[in-house]
Design a protein around this ligand. Structure first.
Ligand SMILES: NC(=O)c1ccc[n+]([C@@H]2O[C@H](COP(=O)([O-])OP(=O)(O)OC[C@H]3O[C@@H](n4cnc5c(N)ncnc54)[C@H](OP(=O)(O)O)[C@@H]3O)[C@@H](O)[C@H]2O)c1
Length: 256
């Protein structure tokens, strides 16, 4: 069975590991956007870069006779996920989305929930604060004019300097992060507010626990909606879905 995994997340990497073990049944291609300079690559066929919108993805699926697509992209990667819905419908290819559950606040958290990055920038207010930005390079623009804060951006790769808020320092780091090291960072930098997307998952959750312990405020950007008919929360459920399709395909072949 020919499978395309749209990747770029921890869940996608977990799925590759399972699919590597089941190469006899699943002929898998992994697709990455090409935004990370040194991505972790699987021992599977890999293609890197955009498809050219929903039409380009549809054509790619047809040309490579793909049977199933697993969209394991990030909850905030809405463009590629929307394209996958349209392309799979047009090419009559089965589509599954893997979407890890979002984070939820506890009574001890000091979260401000906001709908998008613009609202996050406004929520910082006018009074100068020491801000830890844990958002993507694409998300920086609203913060450029957001006030005279002391900015620290944590990022996997260095963003273009023109995107950074004035005076912003950059800390290059790739998760997962442990709670103790997050606490050291928040203390050392005397952070009083963290801005983050509600990415969910465990790789970057430790900052929330550290913030809770130290009484640091969090501005939490809500997830944008993604319309996909079939969604599961983790990799094992995605593998079960693929197994089901494979078994169905094998049964259909036997009937023929
Ligand atoms: N957004 C985040 O916060 C975030 C966080 C961690 C990881 N990531 C990962 O980084 C990648 C890019 O995220 P994004 O938010 O920039 O995506 P996006 O806004 O949804 O997609 C922008 C364009 O990038 C291309 N693209 C995205 N993911 C792709 C993939 N896996 N394979 C091939 N092309 C892809 C597509 O180009 P075409 O239209 O030309 O096909 C898409 O239209 C995704 O794979 C995502 O899983 C994103």
């Amino acid at each position: 069975m020919r499978v395309l995994v749209l990747g770029g997340t921890t869940e996608a990497r977990q799925l590759y590991t399972l699919l590597e073990r089941h190469a006899a049944r699943f002929d898998t291609t992994v697709s990455l956007a090409g935004v990370t300079r040194a991505p972790v690559l699987p021992a599977l066929a890999v293609r890197i870069g955009g498809f050219g919108g929903a039409d380009g993805l549809r054509d790619w699926l047809l040309a490579h006779r793909i049977d199933a697509v697993v969209d394991a992209t990030h909850p905030f990667a809405t463009q590629i996920s929307g394209n996958a819905v349209r392309a799979c419908a047009a090419a009559h290819v089965s589509l599954l989305r893997v979407e890890r559950p979002g984070w939820a606040p506890t009574p001890d958290d000091r979260w401000t929930l906001v709908p998008d990055m613009q609202a996050a920038a406004r929520a910082l207010g006018a009074k100068p604060r020491r801000v830890l930005l844990t958002v993507g390079r694409k998300d920086l623009l609203p913060f450029a004019g957001a006030g005279a804060h002391d900015w620290l951006l944590r990022s996997v790769d260095h963003p273009d300097a023109s995107l950074l808020p004035p005076g912003c320092r950059v800390l290059l780091a790739r998760g997962p992060f442990a709670e103790a090291e997050e606490e050291v960072l928040l203390r050392r930098e005397r952070i009083d507010v963290i801005v983050t997307k509600n990415s969910g998952g465990s790789a970057t959750r430790a900052k929330l626990a550290a913030a809770r312990r130290l009484g640091v405020a969090v501005i939490m950007v809500a997830r944008p909606p993604v319309a996909c008919a079939h969604t599961v929360a983790d990799t094992l459920a995605a593998m079960a879905w693929l197994d089901g399709l494979y078994a169905h395909g094998a049964a259909t072949l036997r009937e023929v």
